[in-house]
Ligand binder design. Structure first.
Ligand SMILES: [Zn+2]
Length: 591
């Protein structure tokens, strides 16, 4: 019989401890501490209490927890001395059927890993979908993590332990994330479509209006129809638009969605999560035969990443009337103009102006997105509520000094352009950190025609500065430019600097941000507020209607624009529940 939360909440401390036996390997102290937080409001609440017990424990206790785990395919497995849970996991992952080569490889990795970190390698072998990683995936992960910094790897080991516990709990409570699994599977199916040149290498690349891109649009449209959307169409720029009608004709509409294009060799979840989460919610409504007092419009935006053409946010921009006709004459790397490419795809360019939405007919815009950063992962939190999409400032600049002989020019007679740029870089790092939530990056640093024996006469650099509001962004910019001038004066350098981009911050509409907060709170998960460092489609809609975003934790330190980008079926399930909760709140408010 599956365990229920009511049983766990009502049990005596000793009984409750016994009920959670085996969730964390040989470490009953974790459950013991977490149980002081009873009653649990949800499984997510219980998981968070368990993870917090580990997080707040002294380092030695954390290490003991890691060391309580068996080596992967190690002696304990071979001699059948594992706990029942570990035996099940290691054999499901096929580790008991390793080929002699695989077995030898794993033993070598075990040895190297232990020598480097002093604890056994731990990976949740049932993986982010709960159905199991393949042996080759496990070996790849093992080899990759061997390169991690020891502090990071220790935290990564603990995160894997929490994931193992999460899956063990799902088994105990027979609470498998059905919606999260479906959302996961949609991502997996969609990721089968990838542009030529990348597809062959197993990489995911979907750029504007390629065959793979159009196949994605086709897929999403079909799924939307299956989910019970009343109208589904591919619009004049290639956005896939699904509408689920409200209970009365002419009711206002909630707008949501995100992009389905990707960067080159990107991740499977960036953008797409924001299409599939609301899609799952609409399917639930449709199955229940339920209509809300407002309509829901889910848009899969065709272009956000600006990869094939320099037309970033083309998809969401079209909805606010920002399609730039000059883009049509742009050519891709093969010399194909955007106009030819759109005509070839059967898109009606003349209809693009008609895509502009009338904000008066909309309630607002919400977007679910994978975090694309390490914060939620590090804090063991599945969801984060976005406070603002950071405003940004970009510059390209150059220091100009005097190129001269590296051997004969005394140190006090130099005008070293690269040394000036280095000083500026360190200032940017210091100054951005001072704000707490600003970021500053020198991503390009170049000494043109540099040589090992020449003092750099020129040094080119870029500046990318971001902050949650425009005033903070501008203050950061002013300080950096001031320091640039001061460094040049001190070092006897000339400089030139050119602003290449200025994007306004998009703070979340407070009322909408609060809706996400209430939704997260209702799941029994602590509300965590976070600014978005990356740009999103919500930035465009922000210009005409209130918006707020929800972030979902990314695995692997939140890495994104990378094939390692991932989240889990359980986190996706929570995102669907949070979205449903927002729908429910809106329905109550308009009732
Ligand atoms: Zn994105």
């Amino acid at each position: 019989m599956a365990l229920t939360l009511q049983e766990l909440n009502a049990a005596s401390p000793a009984e409750a401890l016994a009920l959670l036996d085996g969730v964390y390997e040989h470490s009953p102290w974790i459950a013991e501490q977490a149980l002081t937080e009873r009653p649990f409001r949800s499984l997510a609440h219980l998981k968070h209490a368990l993870a917090s017990a580990v997080r707040n424990a002294p380092a030695e206790a954390q290490l003991a927890l890691i060391r309580a785990h068996p080596e992967l395919a190690g002696k304990a497995m071979v001699s059948k001395a594992l706990t029942a849970e570990s035996t099940h996991e290691q054999s499901t992952a096929g580790l008991t059927d390793c080929s002699p080569d695989e077995f030898a490889r794993i033993q070598k990795l075990n040895q190297d890993y232990n020598a480097r970190f002093g604890f056994p390698f731990i990976v949740a072998v049932r993986g982010p979908r709960g159905t199991g990683l393949s042996r080759s995936q496990i070996i790849e992960t093992f080899a990759r993590r061997l390169e991690n910094h020891p502090d990071f790897e220790r935290a990564e080991a603990l995160r894997n332990i929490h994931r193992i516990a999460e899956i063990r709990l799902a088994d105990k409570f027979d609470a498998h994330p059905k919606l999260g699994n479906d959302v996961w599977d949609w991502h997996e199916s969609l990721a089968r479509h990838s542009d030529p040149g990348y597809a062959e290498q197993g990489q995911l690349t979907v750029t504007y209006l390629t065959d793979a891109h159009r196949a994605c649009a086709q897929r999403i449209s079909h799924w939307m129809r299956d989910c019970g959307f009343d109208e589904v169409e591919v619009d004049a720029v290639g956005n896939v638009v699904g509408r689920y009608h409200g209970d009365t004709p002419g009711a206002k509409t909630l707008l949501t969605g995100s992009h389905y294009d990707t960067v080159r060799n990107g991740g499977k979840y960036d953008g797409r999560l924001g299409i599939f989460v609301p899609m799952a919610c609409v399917r639930e409504l449709h199955h229940a035969g339920k209509r809300l007092p407002f309509a829901i419009e889910v848009v899969g935006f065709a272009e956000e990443e600006g990869q094939r053409y320099k037309a970033t946010f083309l998809g969401s921009g079209a909805l606010i009337g920002h399609f730039n006709p000059a883009w049509l004459e742009q050519q891709d790397a093969d010399g194909i103009s955007m106009r030819a490419c759109m005509e070839g795809a059967g898109l009606c360019i003349a209809d693009i102006p008609k895509l502009q939405r009338d904000p008066a007919r909309y309630l607002g815009f919400v977007e679910v997105h994978i975090e694309q950063g390490p914060v939620l992962n590090e804090l063991d939190l599945p969801l984060g509520v976005v406070t603002s999409i950071n405003g940004s400032l970009r510059y390209v600049g150059e220091f100009i000094g005097m190129a001269c002989h590296a051997g004969t020019t005394p140190m006090d007679r130099r005008s070293d352009a690269a040394a000036g740029a280095a000083e500026l870089l360190l200032y940017v790092e210091r100054r951005a950190a001072q704000d707490g939530d600003s970021v500053g990056t020198v991503g390009v640093l170049q000494v043109p025609n540099g040589s090992i024996n020449v003092v750099p006469g020129r040094c080119q650099f870029s500046l990318d500065l971001r902050a949650p509001n425009d005033a903070q962004r501008d203050a950061l910019g002013t300080d950096v430019l001031g320091e640039l001038a001061a460094i040049a004066a001190r070092r006897g350098l000339q400089y030139r600097i050119e602003e290449s981009m200025r994007a306004a911050a998009a703070p979340s509409a407070p009322v909408w941000q609060q809706r996400w907060e209430r939704a997260v709170e209702s799941l029994g998960v602590p509300v965590y507020r976070i600014p978005s460092g990356a740009g999103h489609d919500a930035m465009k809609l922000h210009e005409v209607m209130p918006q707020a975003m929800l972030f979902v934790r990314g695995e692997n330190a939140g890495i994104s624009h990378n094939p390692l980008e991932s989240t889990t079926n359980d986190d996706m399930e929570l995102a669907v529940q949070a979205f449903s909760h927002v729908l429910h709140q809106l329905a109550e408010a308009s009732a």
